[in-house]
Write a protein that binds this ligand. Sequence first.
Ligand SMILES: NC(=O)c1ccc[n+]([C@@H]2O[C@H](COP(=O)([O-])OP(=O)(O)OC[C@H]3O[C@@H](n4cnc5c(N)ncnc54)[C@H](OP(=O)(O)O)[C@@H]3O)[C@@H](O)[C@H]2O)c1
Length: 389
Amino acid sequence: MKRIAILGSTGSIGRSALSVVEAHADKLEVVALAAGANVALAAEQVKRFRPRCVAMGSAHSLGQVLRAAGDARVAAAGAGKEGLLAVATHPDVEILLCASSGTAALEAVLAAIEAGKTIALANKEVLVMAGSLMTEAARRCGVSILPVDSKHNALHQCLHARPASEVKRLVLTASGGPFRGRSAEGLRGVKPEDALRHPTWKMGRKITIDSATLMNKGLEVIEARWLFDVAARAIDVVIHPQSVVHSMVELLDGSILAQLGVTDMRLPIQYAFSYPERWESPLPPLDLTRCGRLDFHVPDHRNFPCLGLAYRALEGQGGLPVVLNAANEVAVEAFLEGRLRFTAIPELIERAMDGHHPTAVTSLDAVRRLDGWARAYSNDLARSLESRI
Ligand SMILES: NC(=O)c1ccc[n+]([C@@H]2O[C@H](COP(=O)([O-])OP(=O)(O)OC[C@H]3O[C@@H](n4cnc5c(N)ncnc54)[C@H](OP(=O)(O)O)[C@@H]3O)[C@@H](O)[C@H]2O)c1
């Protein structure tokens, strides 16, 4: 049995992960769960999967879950960051799936690495913020960080421990989101409900907006840089509206290896859990005869500047990715609350990056300090841009 802990068990990835556990109950066991505020679902999960401990975003929610779980006899791991840390480093945990949204799990993931846990990483924000610290700690502790994000999972499958000297470039595919092909004018008036309608994937709200602005692909470029230790110039993005090819690797001789599959996150989650083995999947296989055409286009950098901003952050000095990530979170929240135009999202991020004086971020404290500054600065920018709505 592989013993699993999940941060963010009530979210889109967390629920899919539990469905993978159910499909492979003879191989996977849930040891610890952490969620934010969804008490009803967390309590249901505790009753069903009987983890040894549970954590919630607040002490109040945790108390409610424990009461609702009744005779499930689950221990309280804690609330807030303390709870995430306790779940991530629980002595019985072998694999930690980090599927919480935002950046709250940063310290918990780093502590899990130090404790020797294998990391199945869905949350890209923690790697964008602290990629160097995470990968250095993983190398030092001999810990694997296995990508759950479907694109990086695809790259991991194609690379298959191939020497770096044989690899020319990584090619991340992007669906292009719901606004692919729109002009700048056509993007100005889009509403949160339009942006939340993703054409091919069902995901949480924040990542769905990131997909609409192409920031999701930008974050993925940064994630790929750290996961696979490649320079930004060796990572390309192509728009592939059908989302059948999940990503590709070009080798020195020009051969391109691709991973194809159904658009269901249970597949990459299962692969991260089963790795290095492969298990049968209960999902219907991809029927190539029904896929139709497969298109590949160059991204529209002019109308979707977020992707270019991510490359700039990666190539720049100091903590620019931290600023990019914080500014993006502030901008997306303001957009979802109807306080900011869709087209103001990249504008806010760019201004926050322009306002940053390069500083070295060589510790978690430095990352958190810069993140705090970037959020405060971005909130001020959001207020100044709000007046244009
Ligand atoms: N969804 C996808 O297909 C997909 C694909 C690739 C990568 N990812 C990445 O995976 C992560 C999760 O995405 P998602 O779509 O699953 O998000 P989601 O549906 O919004 O779920 C977020 C989860 O995180 C929990 N959470 C949020 N803040 C928390 C905190 N402070 N402490 C503990 N738990 C907290 C939420 O709990 P409550 O709901 O209980 O509040 C929920 O369980 C993101 O980083 C995303 O970029 C997602």
